[in-house]
Write a protein that binds this ligand. Structure first.
Ligand code: SAM
Length: 322
């Protein structure tokens, strides 16, 4: 699949649910009502959809997201079904990390390749302030379990907020260096009803780099992976090495290389994270799968993919999955 800008679309980010065990201040508006659990794409529908995208449209990469994918009781079955599809070279999951200490092995055994785990602070109080749960130790145990279970490379995601966790960046880099995992610092995006706090809370990557300068002696551009981060290999003053990524949707967007298609748990198709949904694919899979209709819907949505993302996102992040 190619969009109107001739960008190839090979990467599906599938939001399995908008439910999440955390209440991150930058992600989930307090007033979000829980949507119905019925009507969500079933494991069978997900498998049929992914199979179709792989066989007919060159899809190679799937990321499970949410809400939190681990809030779905049928997550293991979904992983198994996607992992069984030949042609998927990368099956990853973004998670808050709460269930990894007990289930990382199960996810790996089911066929999950790797995880990105959100970690906003190593200060327990700030972690709780930002996420709404007192669970930093559990997440840290989950990161270790993911590494031990081979869900690698494990990557850590930190959304950086002014007046909140900017001062925590050096400790987070030192932690990542000790665990030999990459850490990515994410610029806050103005999404849904939370957009009104953006001006006060936004920190551009240049300020994040400044906040790190006291512990880093050298920055070297790392080989660019397939994702959206600007990545650096750095040497710390204590002699350790770390890999740091900056995800800069606001100060320097990466839209020209965007190869993503997003589908939410209710079947809505989002060609761009910050745009409105462009159709819903359930009409092509219920009551029975109609490949031609699905292709028409996908094609219309992808042709509507904006050359660059709008300034403000209409969707709530916890629904679309980041
Ligand atoms: N619950 C999972 C988690 O905690 O990672 C997956 C869903 S979460 C919506 C996916 C990613 O979006 C996380 O890395 C999160 O930090 C990021 N995110 C959420 N809200 C954001 C915002 N307003 N701006 C930038 N990134 C955001």
């Amino acid at each position: 699949m190619r969009d109107a800008q001739d960008r190839p679309i090979r990467y599906l980010r599938l939001s399995l649910t908008e439910a999440c065990q955390m209440r991150c201040v930058y992600c989930r508006p307090a007033l979000l009502t829980q949507s119905s659990q019925t009507g969500r794409l079933t494991p069978n529908e997900i498998q049929t959809l992914v199979c179709h995208l792989v066989s007919n449209h060159g899809l190679t990469k799937v990321r499970l997201t949410g809400g939190d994918p681990t809030a779905r009781p049928d997550l293991i079955e979904i992983i198994e079904r996607i992992a069984s599809i030949p042609g998927i070279s990368d099956l990853a999951m973004t998670t808050n990390g709460l269930s990894l200490a007990s289930h990382a092995k199960d996810y790996a055994n089911a066929g999950l390749g790797r995880v990105n785990v959100s970690l906003d602070s190593l200060n327990p109080k700030r972690f709780t302030n930002m996420t709404g749960v007192d669970a930093m130790k559990r997440v840290l145990a989950g990161i270790d379990a993911a590494i031990d279970s081979g869900l690698t490379p494990v990557k850590l995601n930190t959304v950086v907020l002014n007046h909140e966790n900017l001062a925590d960046l050096p400790a987070l880099v030192q932690y990542a260096a000790m665990r030999r995992v990459e850490i990515r610092f994410i610029e806050l995006m103005p999404m849904g009803p939370l957009a009104e706090h953006w001006t006060d809370r936004y920190v551009p990557a240049s300020r994040m780099r400044n906040a790190l300068s006291k512990i880093i002696t050298g920055w070297q551009t790392a080989p660019q992976g397939s994702d959206s981060a600007q990545t650096y290999d750095v040497t710390l003053r204590d002699g350790q090495h770390a890999r740091i990524g900056f995800i800069t949707p606001m100060s320097c967007n990466f839209c020209s290389a965007c190869n993503r298609l997003r589908i939410t748990s209710d079947g809505s198709i989002y060609p761009c994270l910050m745009d409105q949904p462009r159709g819903n694919l359930t009409e092509a899979i219920r009551p029975k799968f109609d490949a031609d209709r699905l292709d028409r819907l996908l094609s219309e949505a992808i042709q509507a993919k904006a050359p660059e993302h709008p300034v403000t996102g209409v969707a709530v992040m916890t629904q679309i999955g980041g």
